[in-house]
Design a binder for this molecule. Structure first.
Ligand code: NAD
Length: 456
C-alpha cells in the first residue's frame, strides 16, 4: 500500500498528513459515485449550481484564517501570500457561480430554419494538481467544472494533500454526495484517474503533463495541461529601474521562486550594471525565514530534494563562470531553505537558461538590443509568460507581438495572474487550451449543434 506523507517544509518533523493513497479500485469507485451525482447536477437549474458555489465560497471565507494557516504549514507559503490565495479562491468560486447563468450557445440562420449550439457538461472531470497553489488550483479547476454541470475528482499533489482535503470538507455540505471528491495519492492514483474520466485538467511539471496528455489522447478524451515555465523579463534602457527591480526581485524570489510564472531569466538591454545593483539591493531586503512570520516573503523549498537541486544548480552555474550579483542569507532556521541568487554572465545555453529549477534562483543576461533580447527570451522550450519593462508603449506592443509565450505583461511582473483573464502557456508550458476566465467553459463543456429545418 502506498502512503501519502505531507511534511511541513519549515519544520520537517511536523507531519501534516500521513495516510494511504487511493488505490486504482478506489478511484473507479469514486468515479462511479460521481457519475451518479452528476446526472441530477447537470439537469439542475443554473441557480442551484450558482447557489452551491456561493455557499462554498462563504464557507471558505468564514474559515479563511484557519485555511491560510494550513497552507503556510503544509507548503511553506509566506502568510501574506497564503491569505491572498484563500481570498482569490473565494473570489474564483463567486466568479464561476455567476458563469452558471451565462448563455450556453449561439444561434444561426439556416435558410428558413434555425441553427443553434448548446453546450453540455463533459460528465466527470479529473483534476490533477500540483502543490504550489494547494487551494487556488483545485478551486480554479473545480469551480468552472461544477458551474457548468460536471462532477469532479481531484487528485492533489502528495505535498498538498491536507489543504485539498480541507477544501473538500468545506464544500461537502453544499454539494450532492459524490459530486466533488479528493483522492490522495501520487502517480499511480493520478494515472488511474486519467483512465476513467471524461476530461482531464492537469497542472504540474512538463514531463508529467506530457504523459498525461498522451494517456488522455489514447482514450480520446480532452486534456488540458498547464506545465512548467522559464519565464523571462526584458528590461529596456528607458524602464523605471526601481519599479522593475522591485517587481523582478519579488517575481523571482517570492515564495522561494516556486511559481510556474516566476521570473527565471532577466534580460537587460544595454548596460546591465545599474539593474544588477538595484536587484542586489532589492533581493537583500527581502524577508527570509519562517513563512508564518509577517514580513517574510521567501520561505523554504518544498522538499529536501528541491532544496538540493537549487544548491546544485547554483554551484554548477558558478563553476561555469557565472557571477552572483544578488543573494540573500539563509536563516538559521530548521527546514529546507536555500539562499536566493541571481547569477550573471552565463552562456545563453547554460543549464539555468534552459531548465526550470523550481527555486529562488535566476539568471541575468546583458544584450545590446531588443531583437537579441527577444531572440533569447524565446530560445527555450517553455512558453508561459514574458514581462517587458519600458516607458515606450509602441516598443512594448511591438515586442509583445514577438513573444512566444501564452501571456505577455508590460510593466508588470511575470508572476501573478488575474483569474478573469484566460491563462495558459505555449510550447512545453501548455497543451490543450487555456483555463480560467471565460476560457474554462470551452474545456468543461462540449457544444452540440442543432439544426431545425432548411438545408438539403
Ligand atoms: P508534478 O508534475 O510532479 O506533479 C503534478 C501532479 O501530477 C501531482 O498531483 C502528481 O502526483 C501527479 N502525477 C505525477 N505523476 C503522474 C502520472 N504519471 N499520472 C498522473 N498524475 C501524475 O508537479 P509538482 O512538483 O507538483 O508542481 C511543480 C510544477 O508545476 C512546476 O513545473 C511548475 O512550473 C508547474 N506549475 C505550472 C502551473 C501552470 O499553470 N502552468 C502552475 C503551477 C505549477
Amino acid at each position: 500500500m502506498t502512503r501519502v506523507v505531507s511534511i511541513s517544509p519549515q519544520r520537517p518533523d511536523d507531519v501534516v498528513v500521513d495516510l494511504l493513497a487511493a488505490t486504482p479500485a478506489e478511484v473507479v469507485l469514486a468515479a462511479a459515485g460521481a457519475y451518479k451525482a452528476q446526472r441530477d447536477w447537470a439537469a439542475a437549474a443554473p441557480a442551484v449550481r450558482a447557489g452551491a458555489l456561493h455557499a462554498i465560497a462563504q464557507s471558505l471565507a468564514d474559515s479563511a484564517v484557519e485555511v491560510a494557516a494550513l497552507i503556510v504549514r503544509e507548503v511553506g507559503k509566506p502568510a501574506g501570500e497564503a491569505a491572498g490565495e484563500v481570498g482569490r479562491a473565494v473570489a474564483l468560486l463567486r466568479y464561476y457561480a455567476q458563469q452558471a447563468f451565462d448563455p450556453i450557445g449561439e444561434t444561426y440562420a439556416v435558410g428558413g430554419g434555425l441553427g443553434f449550439t448548446a453546450r453540455k457538461p463533459r460528465g466527470l472531470a479529473g483534476l490533477i494538481t500540483p502543490w504550489n497553489f494547494p487551494l487556488a488550483i483545485p478551486v480554479w479547476k473545480s469551480a468552472p467544472a461544477l458551474a457548468f454541470g460536471n462532477a469532479v475528482v481531484i487528485k492533489p499533489a502528495p505535498d498538498a494533500t491536507a489543504v485539498a482535503l480541507r477544501y473538500a470538507e468545506l464544500a461537502a455540505p453544499h454539494l450532492p454526495e459524490g459530486l466533488l471528491t479528493v483522492l490522495p495519492g501520487g502517480a499511480e492514483t493520478g494515472a488511474a484517474l486519467v483512465s476513467c474520466v471524461d476530461a482531464v485538467s492537469f497542472t504540474g511539471s512538463s514531463a508529467v503533463g506530457r504523459s498525461v496528455a498522451v494517456a488522455a489522447a489514447e482514450r480520446g478524451i480532452p486534456a488540458q495541461c498547464e506545465m512548467g515555465g522559464l519565464s523571462a523579463t526584458i528590461v529596456l534602457p528607458d524602464a523605471d529601474l526601481d519599479k522593475a527591480a522591485t517587481e523582478i526581485a519579488y517575481a523571482a524570489m517570492g515564495y522561494a521562486g516556486q511559481k510556474c510564472t516566476a521570473t527565471k531569466r532577466i534580460i537587460a538591454v544595454g548596460d546591465s550594471g545599474p539593474l544588477a545593483e538595484a536587484l542586489a539591493a532589492k533581493v537583500a531586503a527581502l524577508g527570509l525565514g519562517d513563512p508564518a512570520e509577517s514580513g517574510v516573503v521567501v520561505g523554504p523549498l518544498i522538499t529536501a530534494h528541491a532544496r538540493d537541486r537549487v544548491l546544485d544548480a547554483a554551484a554548477q552555474a558558478r563553476a561555469g563562470g557565472g557571477q552572483v550579483v544578488a543573494f540573500g542569507v539563509v536563516p538559521s532556521a530548521e527546514g529546507w531553505f536555500a539562499a536566493p541568487a541571481i547569477i550573471a554572465g552565463l552562456e545563453p545555453d547554460s543549464a539555468l537558461n534552459r531548465e526550470e529549477v523550481f527555486g529562488p534562483i535566476c539568471t541575468l543576461t546583458e544584450v545590446s538590443d531588443v531583437d537579441t533580447a527577444l531572440e533569447l527570451s524565446n530560445a527555450t522550450d517553455y512558453g508561459l509568460v514574458t514581462a517587458i519593462y519600458t516607458a515606450d508603449l509602441d516598443a512594448a506592443l511591438a515586442a509583445a507581438q514577438r513573444c512566444e509565450t501564452g501571456m505577455v505583461k508590460v510593466n508588470a511582473p511575470t508572476a501573478g495572474v488575474d483569474f478573469h483573464l484566460p491563462f495558459g502557456g505555449e510550447k512545453n508550458s501548455g497543451y490543450g487550451g487555456k483555463e480560467q476566465g471565460k476560457a474554462a467553459a470551452a474545456f468543461y463543456t462540449s457544444a452540440r449543434t442543432v439544426q431545425i429545418g432548411a438545408s438539403r
